[in-house]
Design a protein around this ligand. Sequence first.
Ligand code: GLN
Length: 215
Amino acid sequence: MSRGPSIRRPRVGVLAIQGAVAEHEEALAAVGAAPRQVRMPEELLGLEALVIPGGESTTFGLVAERSGLLAAVREAVGSGLPTLGTCAGLIMLAKETTGGEQTLIGGMDLVVRRNAFGRQPASFEAELDVPAMGAEPVHGIFIRAPWIESAGPGVEVLAHHGGRAVAARQDAMLVTAFHPELAGERRFHAWLVERARQRAGEVEPQRGGVRVRAQ
Ligand code: GLN
């Protein structure tokens, strides 16, 4: 399917409490979205997709709960807003962590283990095979990353590292334990924008992979 040069740019929010907000905005702009930062609940209005960046999930939970943002994001994600969560964003979208009580957004049928790869070394990079995103490997940058300890039947695990699940999707939610926005990797953001376009009725849903269109 070809699209004209004047194609509409879906409005995609990036939760701007912490994490690599600018890098997510850059990735979104590169795949045809109009990014905007979200700090307050009312800034979610009119958004067509959302990115939850990395950072420290406990801090995120505390800050976002206080401002009312957490409840608003929970409602938006629950109503089917296409959402991409990276690293701490993955943790926030899980229903539970192995570490016990922690304020989460939830939405995905996942149990995650925080800081799962251990602290020796806490951060590393690895080439990942992610068939759902195409044949080209994904350069995974892991920073005190979680892994997916277990996933429910509605979850599709998209990638493994060292035998551990590190990327998954469920309905309109996509999560990675690594940081595509720090690696110049655009396919996860492209998937998100594609989902926003599908929701707006602009494109037909596709089976499997994602089409990436250079801007
Ligand atoms: N270790 C962080 C947490 O548990 C996640 C790290 C990240 O987002 N890069 O919340």
